[in-house]
Design a protein around this ligand. Structure first.
Ligand code: SAH
Length: 223
């Protein structure tokens, strides 16, 4: 469960009313899962961004988190989370692109254990601090290049990629358990589309979900 500190950023901009307005908007945009909506309402998004921007935390927009990266828009966090959970409860989820740690926190409230990798050291360390502060201890974070998956032979019930990739990285599809699902933005000819891939008995099935706009998935790690 989340510690939900009544916090630093002040009551007005983080109030129940402000959060309810965001939830209404997500419902209008087609988010249906009560579970997902409840978790988005209860997750203190203002703690995952710089204080100077906290007044925008419950607007439905992506926001800068430094290093040319962004915290994802709440709608897209909700949508991807719904897409992961549609097949039933999940034990283990791998996230590629920890970024601020916000999507990680939302997942950690809904599944047994979240593993998340980030290539930028400073973001990895910051996210680790925030996730500890909010009291989520079913999360394991690594500073590594997610193109290689999680650095073990472990298989995951689901994998979520929060940066756009030109293809489905093989090391990720190989880390999907039987019936496992991968949600990933794929970029081709300058256009990005959210895709869901399911591991079936005979191979993989693929669904195109909707157009999206993510920062690119890059290679290598930086401090
Ligand atoms: N889920 C995050 C989204 C952050 S933006 C949030 O809501 O805050 C995408 C993140 O993916 C960035 O932090 C970027 O550094 C990271 N990323 C890009 N390529 C990566 C790679 N190959 N391995 C791990 N992380 C990567």
């Amino acid at each position: 469960m989340l510690n939900n500190p009544q916090t630093e950023a002040g009551i007005g901009m983080t109030s129940a009313r402000t959060r309810d307005r965001l939830i209404d908007r997500l419902k209008q945009q087609g988010i249906r899962s009560p579970q997902v909506l409840d978790v988005i309402r209860d997750t203190p998004r203002h703690l995952f961004i710089e204080e100077a921007m906290a007044h925008k935390a419950y607007e439905d927009t992506a926001l800068p988190i430094g290093f040319d990266q962004t915290i994802s828009q709440p709608y897209i966090v909700a949508r991807m989370t719904e897409l992961l959970l549609e097949g039933g409860p999940l034990r283990t989820v791998l996230e590629v692109g920890t970024g601020s740690g916000y999507q990680t926190a939302v997942l950690a409230e809904l599944v047994d254990r979240v593993f998340s990798v980030e290539r930028i050291g400073a973001l990895h360390h910051r996210a680790k601090g925030v996730l500890q502060k909010v009291g989520l201890n079913n999360v394991s974070l690594r500073h590594t290049d997610g193109n290689g998956g999680w650095p073990t032979t472990m298989k995951f019930d689901a994998i979520i990629v929060t940066a756009a990739s030109p293809s489905f990285p093989k090391s990720l599809t190989q880390q999907l358990a039987a019936d496992g699902v991968l949600v990933i933005p794929v970029e081709q000819n300058g256009e990005q589309a959210l895709c869901r891939v399911r591991r079936t008995e005979s191979g993989f099935s693929q669904e195109l979900i909707e157009p999206v706009c993510f920062v690119p998935m890059l290679k290598g790690v930086i401090e």
